[in-house]
Design a protein around this ligand. Structure first.
Ligand code: ATP
Length: 296
C-alpha cells in the first residue's frame, strides 16, 4: 500500500484571538486574526503529505472566494487533490480568548454535497483510505462498501455525531480520542487502565483494530491479541488543535513505508507531539525530516 487517499471535509478556518469571548450583542476587538484551511479531511491529508506519503485529498469546496483560497493553500503542499465544486465553501469561525477557551461555529457548505455519484469514476486500489465524520454518512457508507475490500480503511469517529456501527466494523482501524472512546464504549475514561478497558469493549463490539488517542498521555493500540501503550513524547505544549488529525495523517503515511504498525504509531505520536508545540492546526504539522531531526 503505497498511497493515501483522504475522502473528507475541507473548510476555511477563520480564527480571532481576543482577551475575552464576545457576549451576545457585544462587539469586541480581536488582537489577531488568521485564515487557514481546515476541516478534518484537509488536515489529515496535509499531515500525511508532509510525512512523505503520496497523498490525494478528495472533497468539495464552493466556486467562491474561499474555495480559491483553499486551492492556493493546497497548491503549496506536496499533495494531489480531486476537488469538486458544490455549494458555498465550508467555513469555521473560531474565537479564542486569552485562556485558550473557544467558541466555534461551523458551516458545512459544500462538504454536505460530497455524494456517491462524485466518487463513481474514482478508482482506488491497494491504498490507505482515511475517513472522518464531516461529510454525509451515506457517502462514508458508500466508501466502505465500494473500496473496503481492496484497501485499508482508517476511520476517525470524529466529530462523533451519528454513530454508525456498519462504518466502524467495516474499517480496519478506528481512531477515537478519549471522549469519543468514552462515548462509543459507554464507559468514562479517567485513567490509562480505563482506556485499556474501553479498548477491549470497542474491540469486542467492532472486531477491528482500535487506536485510542490519549492527548498528553500518548496513545494505545488494541489489535485483538494485545493492548500496547505508546508513551507520549515530552514537549512544551502550546496548542493541541488538530493534534488528532496530525496523528492520523502521520500514522497513515508511515503505513505506506513500513508494515510495522507499532513503529508507525510511535512516529505518529512524535509527529502529533511536535504539532502541539506550535499554534494552529495544519500550520503546526511537522514534515518527516522535522520528526527525524527532533527525535533521533
Ligand atoms: P484534536 O481534536 O485537537 O485534533 P484529539 O483530541 O483528536 O485532537 P489528542 O488525543 O488530544 O487528539 O492528541 C492526539 C495525539 O497527539 C496524542 O495521541 C499524542 O500522541 C499527541 N499529543 C497531544 N497532546 C500532547 C502533549 N501535550 N504532549 C505530547 N503529545 C501530545
Amino acid at each position: 500500500m503505497n498511497r493515501v487517499f483522504v475522502i473528507g471535509s475541507i473548510n476555511v478556518d477563520i480564527l480571532m484571538l481576543s482577551d475575552h469571548l464576545p457576549e451576545p450583542g457585544e462587539t469586541i476587538k480581536a488582537g489577531s486574526f488568521y485564515v487557514y484551511p481546515g476541516g478534518k479531511g484537509a488536515n489529515q491529508a496535509i499531515s500525511s503529505a508532509r510525512m512523505g506519503a503520496n497523498t490525494t485529498l478528495i472533497g468539495k469546496i464552493g466556486n467562491d472566494y474561499f474555495g480559491s483560497l483553499i486551492k492556493d493553500f493546497i497548491g503549496k503542499e506536496n499533495l494531489n487533490s480531486i476537488i469538486m465544486y458544490g455549494q458555498k465553501t465550508g467555513m469555521a469561525f473560531i474565537n479564542v480568548d486569552k485562556n485558550g477557551k473557544n467558541m466555534i461555529s461551523v458551516f458545512s457548505g459544500a462538504n454536505n454535497d460530497l455524494r456517491e455519484e462524485d466518487l463513481k469514476d474514482i478508482k482506488i486500489d491497494n491504498s490507505i483510505i482515511m475517513l472522518q465524520q464531516e461529510i454525509p454518512m451515506d457517502t462514508i457508507e458508500y466508501v466502505i462498501k465500494t473500496y473496503g475490500r481492496n484497501n485499508l480503511i482508517i476511520t476517525d469517529p470524529s466529530p462523533i455525531n451519528e454513530i454508525n456501527d456498519f462504518v466502524l466494523s467495516g474499517s480496519d482501524y478506528i481512531t477515537p480520542n478519549e471522549v469519543e472512546a468514552s462515548k462509543l464504549s459507554g464507559m468514562h475514561i479517567n485513567s490509562r487502565e480505563d482506556a485499556f478497558k474501553a479498548s477491549e469493549i470497542l474491540y469486542k463490539k467492532y472486531q477491528t483494530n482500535i487506536i485510542i488517542k490519549l492527548g498528553s498521555y500518548g496513545s494505545l493500540l488494541n489489535n485483538g491479541n494485545e493492548i500496547r501503550y505508546f508513551k507520549p513524547s515530552t514537549v512544551n505544549a502550546r496548542d493541541t488543535t488538530g493534534a488528532g488529525d496530525c496523528f492520523n495523517g502521520a500514522f497513515a503515511a508511515m503505513l505506506t513505508k513500513t508494515s510495522d504498525v507499532n513503529k508507525s504509531i510511535e512516529i505518529a505520536n512524535m509527529a502529533a507531539a511536535l504539532s502541539v508545540t506550535e499554534y494552529g492546526a495544519f500550520p503546526s504539522f511537522p514534515y518527516l525530516n522535522d520528526v527525524k531531526t527532533k527525535f533521533n
